[in-house]
Design a protein around this ligand. Structure first.
Ligand SMILES: [Mg+2]
Length: 229
């Protein structure tokens, strides 16, 4: 088949979610030590985190900001001042996410090598330019792709723009990724084919009902792409 493949990065090529999870754990433990109920803090953090993504984007700085606002929310309620130690903790957590090790999932490199021989590949990742580019560099995968696109959010309009920049018809394009919200529903809406690489654990934020258009596959291992393409 004649087509172009667009491939997501975080949690499709390499683990990312686990580092945010570890960051969240560390923050909750800190707040718990300060006397705040862990589950209450967790609820507020999740709420603020999904609100702020529209405002300040995805990535470690955005997550730091969500943690900071959550902290202030509880501190204000109890008349407590934020201290220098709180700031140090937030900075440390942010850095641990920003610079996390990037290790490809098993079989990703060989599968990309196989796909590249047959189709033009483009990496499409959502987030902050320098953070995402840093991960692409550490993963050493840029060579498999004709180009890497870091976009602020994965909306139908953003996908449409990509198609028009590259002069590709959505009928000849597939998007491959782990997130129904970002990698399946919006590209399916504009007529692209989609492949969901299903992960056991995911952001609550990314968990929305799947809406594909019939040109759709679901796999659990990146290597299965070789059976489809
Ligand atoms: Mg992803």
């Amino acid at each position: 088949m004649s087509c172009t493949l667009f491939i997501d990065a975080d949690d499709t090529l390499w683990e990312n979610f686990a580092y945010f999870e570890a960051a969240r754990e560390r923050f909750l433990a800190w707040m718990e030590q300060g006397g705040y109920a862990r589950n209450e803090v967790d609820v507020v953090l999740n709420r603020i985190d999904s609100e702020r993504t529209h405002e300040i984007g995805f990535g470690s700085m955005g997550y730091r900001e969500a943690m900071r606002r959550t902290m202030l929310f509880f501190y204000e309620k109890t008349g407590r001042e934020k201290t220098a130690r709180d700031t140090v903790l937030l900075d440390e957590i942010q850095r641990s996410v920003h610079l996390h090790p990037v290790e490809l999932y098993p079989g990703v490199a060989e599968t990309l090598a196989y796909l590249r021989e047959k189709y033009p590949l483009f990496l499409v990742t959502k987030g902050v330019e320098d953070e995402q580019s840093g991960k692409v560099e550490r993963a050493n995968v840029a060579g498999y792709f004709k180009d890497v696109f870091v976009i602020p959010d994965k909306t139908p309009a953003q996908y449409r723009e990509l198609m028009s920049i590259l002069a590709i018809s959505p009928c000849d394009a597939w998007m491959i990724g782990n997130s129904p919200r970002s990698d399946i529903n919006p590209p399916a809406e504009i007529g692209m084919g989609t492949v969901l690489v299903k992960k056991e654990r995911a952001w609550d934020f990314e968990e929305v009902p799947l809406k594909h258009n019939g040109r759709f596959h679901e796999i659990t291992d990146f290597r299965q792409l070789k059976e489809i393409f």
